[in-house]
Write a protein that binds this ligand. Structure first.
Ligand SMILES: Nc1ncnc2c1ncn2[C@@H]1O[C@H](COP(=O)(O)OP(=O)(O)OP(=O)(O)O)[C@@H](O)[C@H]1O
Ligand SMILES: [Mg+2]
Length: 203
């Protein structure tokens, strides 16, 4: 029997996802709160953020680091905030909708809170300045492992191929770092990854 390298890589990716998701789910509410505050402070100091107007984030789920304090700061700065919404027709793709304090929200099929679809609120991806991407794991080369849907890899494929479109910033907890990820050709490496105590920058 032969086992392909690709099958081994897939298995390793799925084990890593399980382990690291478990680690972040174990963080206490106090640790989560502190991490979210630290992350927000770090993001606020970035020139890239200070010079951007249209910034996409996400609503935390599954122990992900919570962008909420950062969102509050963005609103205070008069910046526009966007959230991902599962595309209603094109499987595996995301739309980004404007998000403010009175945006009607629904729960999507993954149990994640997202803005109720309203075409007037859709922002074309090319018009976003920055997308803060969630991640399950990252490594010291900027490689990113997500939840396994390929949503952000698709969203960032223009960035990957042509350095066009919104600048991606990966955000996560310190415990989501691993030395080297088994990546696949479609995975989009990130130029910048920020955690409360770590910063990876593409050289
Ligand atoms: N640009 C793309 N075009 C078409 N399919 C893609 C693209 N990027 C990824 N995929 C597909 O998506 C699937 C999941 O990819 P992967 O395991 O890398 O997800 P992920 O990066 O963990 O998820 P996410 O981006 O949603 O956080 C793979 O089967 C892959 O073939
Ligand atoms: Mg991927």
């Amino acid at each position: 029997m032969t086992i392909s390298l690709s099958a081994i890589s897939q298995q390793l990716r799925s084990q890593l996802r399980q382990q690291i998701r478990h680690a972040r789910q174990q963080l206490s509410p106090q640790q989560q709160h502190h991490a979210a505050q630290q992350l927000s402070l770090r993001l606020q100091t970035l020139d890239r953020i200070q010079h951007s107007q249209h910034i996409a984030v996400y609503i935390a789920n599954d122990g992900e680091i919570d962008p909420q304090p950062f969102i509050e700061w963005l609103w205070q700065q008069g910046k526009s905030v966007y959230l991902p919404v599962l595309h209603p027709f094109t499987k595996g793709h995301l739309l980004f909708l404007h998000y403010d304090t009175d945006t009607p929200m629904i729960t999507n099929r993954y149990g994640i809170s997202e803005p109720k679809l309203d075409v007037r609120r859709v922002k074309p991806i090319a018009q976003l300045d920055v997308i803060c991407t969630p991640l399950v794991a990252f490594d010291g080369l900027g490689q990113r492992l997500g939840m396994g849907g390929g949503y952000y890899d698709r969203t960032l494929s223009q960035w990957h191929q042509h350095r066009r479109g919104p600048y991606p910033i990966g955000i996560g907890h310190d415990c989501q770092y691993i030395a080297q990820l088994p990546n696949q050709h479609w995975d989009v490496p990130l130029p910048l990854i920020i955690t409360p105590n770590y910063q990876f920058t593409e050289s």
